[in-house]
Design a binder for this molecule. Structure first.
Ligand SMILES: Cc1cc2nc3c(=O)[nH]c(=O)nc-3n(C[C@H](O)[C@H](O)[C@H](O)COP(=O)(O)O)c2cc1C
Length: 176
């Protein structure tokens, strides 16, 4: 699959990098980092990296044919722009392309609490078929530490866009 991972400037930007690390090697990986996310990130993952200002990059076009795009995490700023159809950088443009081409777009909004504006933006996008999947923990798979919690969230995101993984212990009746 051709997978686009975008990281915008919310807390937990390193989660997006971890997701990229855990994405199986057979997938073609593209990474877009917003200017604000870049402030937090100091290491380079193995992927084709696009600067957010590079609005001319391949992922900005419907003909690129990305199978899925994951914005993990997504700031309220980027969420609002996408919900309004603003495409002023590569992340928002690529997201708008995924919506117009009816392809898989997963957004992981990170804020606490969510404002009514953010909730309306999420509802609007959800109704358009965008997967809204904030970084939320479950307690049934017995995570012991931050690493396992992150693997759980990333595993759930992979499940949602159709990427096989064994990143977390799935719920089973036998363990209830
Ligand atoms: C340390 C730090 C943490 C932040 N955490 C969040 C956050 O969790 N959620 C959010 O929506 N914005 C957060 N922000 C604010 C965004 O970075 C800011 O709104 C920025 O304009 C987002 O730009 P982008 O959407 O282009 O990445 C944070 C900013 C800083 C400096």
């Amino acid at each position: 699959m051709k997978i686009v991972v975008a990281i915008s400037g919310s807390s937990g930007a390193s989660l997006g990098l971890k997701l990229l690390d855990l994405l199986p090697g057979e997938h073609e990986k593209h990474l877009i980092i917003s200017e604000h996310a870049q402030i937090v990130l100091d290491k380079e993952p193995q992927a084709i990296i696009h600067q957010n200002r590079e609005i001319w990059a391949g992922v900005a076009s419907g003909s690129f044919g990305a199978d899925a795009m994951l914005i993990t995490p997504c700031s309220m700023n980027t969420l609002a722009k996408i919900a309004c159809g603003i495409a002023d950088n590569l992340i928002t443009r690529a997201a708008s392309v995924m919506i117009k081409e009816r392809r898989t777009l997963l957004i992981a909004p990170r804020e606490m609490p969510f404002s009514p504006i953010a909730l309306e933006n999420m509802l609007k996008l959800s109704r358009l078929g965008v997967i809204i999947a904030p970084p939320v923990l479950a307690y049934y798979s017995k995570q012991q530490n931050l690493e396992e919690m992150e693997r759980f969230m990333i595993g759930k995101w992979f499940d949602l866009v159709g990427i096989d993984n064994q990143l977390y212990q799935r719920w089973s009746d036998h363990e209830s």
